[in-house]
Design a protein around this ligand. Structure first.
Ligand code: SF4
Length: 511
């Protein structure tokens, strides 16, 4: 029986409380757990593109009188997936709520990149158990990258049996069916496809903001860095067709969005999977820079695929901002080899040299892993010296976290946690130092700020970001929110800038 026939054979009822009646005789609960072994395989089958996503008529009333709450962990890709799931919930008639106590469905959209992120989710599940006991009709779901891992699913099955549904990153478009089954069944619904699905174009979205928007350009990753779980949880690289991306960016521009962040695990590999056209990330950026939208960013880059054409296009600037996040992970060629990064220290430095030559005022930031198994003092010092040589303006720094199922997790490690923490401290001191210097250089300058809203700490103050992604606080009219304004920088702190607005478009009301 195929999926459609199976759905058609189901009795369609949406009891408010699944205790009301035993529906189990009507259908078999889905139990489709993940397999890291299957997820590792890269098939040659073509990716199919669909633009016919539709919510089945039978489910359209499912959310009437019900509210959903999604808690998101991890990267922007997850944030954007949450926007898609919110869109599907709204299509089913649910309303959004800001509090878990008020929700009829709670989803935890999880991240698997570090153990810490996973621990937070398990801790949160412990809290939600009490809510579930008070309110048995509440549906509780775990989705996102953690759900793609066998060990996590087994742990939830064993230790958190009150969870109603687990579904993976490839199953998001199946949310209506998964919810339906969870309402009907007394069993936990587990639907995690280990192999990636096709690219589905017209999924609904409820975007979190009206100023900045995320646009996926590709899904998955084929790099298999030895420490990383992402190629297993997000599947193989699949690029969206350029015309679909261009149309989405045009629509966002028409709706008044001021800034777009293009998303992918490795945006520089964009287009490598096309076999009918020769079109890569540089070509896409070249087309997008002609669209009338003030700013376009992208994340995340892999140095290996960062080619000359892309540098040439970025050098045109315009709406392509002069900030590049370029994860290096280590400054030691030997360590990079063990990490499976597929470039050396020298190749990375050569790439940076080319970027700086083409874009002299570029701001570079990076990601660094400290304390990878068996990292020596000398290798760590190479990371420190590379940081200084490049002059990164900021960095996300992490102590290595073993991810079950990855090659690095099997490596013996002779570096103690004490040493790792000490290295991290030293690196962070360097990062702070360079950030402070980069901020200091802004003093007295007039910068363009995209005003996002009131500052979190002081509603009398507005805040927004520069093209180089620096947070600026300043006094100004609330009517400036959502607009680009000019701000003269008067004070530089380690992570933020303070300034005075010197010009505003359409400013009326003064605070
Ligand atoms: S390129 Fe990034 S997402 Fe892909 S395996 Fe390496 S670290 Fe993970």
């Amino acid at each position: 029986m195929n999926e459609k026939q199976r759905l058609e054979s189901q009795q369609v009822q949406s009891p408010k409380n699944k205790e009301e009646k035993d529906y189990s005789k009507y259908f078999q609960t889905v139990y489709m757990p993940p397999s890291l072994k299957d997820a590792r395989r890269r098939g040659k089958e073509d990716i199919k593109y669909h633009d016919d996503f539709d919510i089945d008529e039978r489910f359209k009333e499912m959310g009437n009188g019900r509210k959903f709450y999604i808690r998101t962990y991890g990267c922007q890709m997850n944030e954007h997936d949450t926007e898609v799931m919110a869109g599907i919930f709204m299509g089913l008639g649910y309303q959004a709520t800001e509090t878990v106590e008020d929700a009829d469905v709670i989803l935890m959209n999880t991240c698997a990149i570090r153990e810490n992120a996973e621990n937070k989710v398990f801790g949160e599940l412990g809290h939600l158990k009490h809510l579930k006991m008070e309110k048995p009709e509440l549906l509780l779901g775990v989705c996102g990258c953690m759900a793609q891992q066998e060990s996590v699913v087994n742990r939830i099955l064993e230790k958190h049996p009150f969870v109603d549904m687990i579904f993976g990153t490839h199953n998001i478009h199946r949310l209506p069916e998964i919810l339906h089954e969870a309402y009907m069944s007394k069993e936990m619904v587990v639907e995690v496809w280990s192999k990636e699905g096709d690219v589905i174009e017209n999924l609904p979205k409820v975007r979190a903001g009206k100023i900045r928007a995320w646009v996926n350009i590709m899904y998955g990753c084929d790099k298999f860095c030895t420490y990383c779980i992402v190629p297993y949880t997000r599947g193989k690289e699949r690029s969206r067709r350029p015309e679909d991306i261009i149309q989405e960016v045009r629509q966002l521009a028409a709706h008044g969005y001021q800034e777009i962040t293009l998303l992918g695990q490795n945006v520089n590999a964009y287009g490598k999977d096309f076999d009918d056209i020769d079109y890569h990330f540089g070509d896409l950026m070249d087309d997008l820079r002609k669209i009338n939208i003030p700013r376009i960013r992208f994340t995340t880059s892999h140095p290996r695929d960062f080619d000359d054409h892309l540098i040439e296009v970025l050098a045109h600037k315009g709406n392509l901002v002069e900030h590049i996040h370029l994860p290096v992970q280590s400054g030691s060629s030997a360590m990079l080899k063990i990490m499976g990064r597929k470039y050396t220290r020298e190749q990375f430095l050569e790439l940076v040299r080319k970027i700086k030559k083409a874009i002299p005022d570029v701001s570079l930031s990076t990601d660094i892993i400290v304390g990878f198994p068996n990292e020596t003092d000398e290798q760590f010092e190479e990371t420190m010296s590379l940081y200084r040589e490049v002059g990164f303006e900021t960095a996300y720094t992490f102590i290595y976290s073993a991810r079950e199922g990855t090659p690095a997790a099997k490596m013996k490690d002779n570096v103690s946690m004490e040493v790792k923490k000490e290295r991290l401290q030293r690196l962070n001191a360097l990062v702070n130092d360079f950030s402070r210097k980069a901020m200091e250089a802004h003093k007295g300058q007039i910068v363009e700020v995209l005003v996002e809203g009131e500052s979190k700490n002081n509603p009398e103050v507005l805040s927004g970001y520069t093209r180089k992604n620096k947070l600026v606080n300043f006094k100004g009219p609330k009517s400036a929110i959502g607009h680009l304004v000019q701000v003269k920088i008067t004070e530089a702190k380690t992570w933020t800038l303070n300034g005075e607005m010197v010009d505003v478009q359409e400013a009326v009301e003064v605070i």
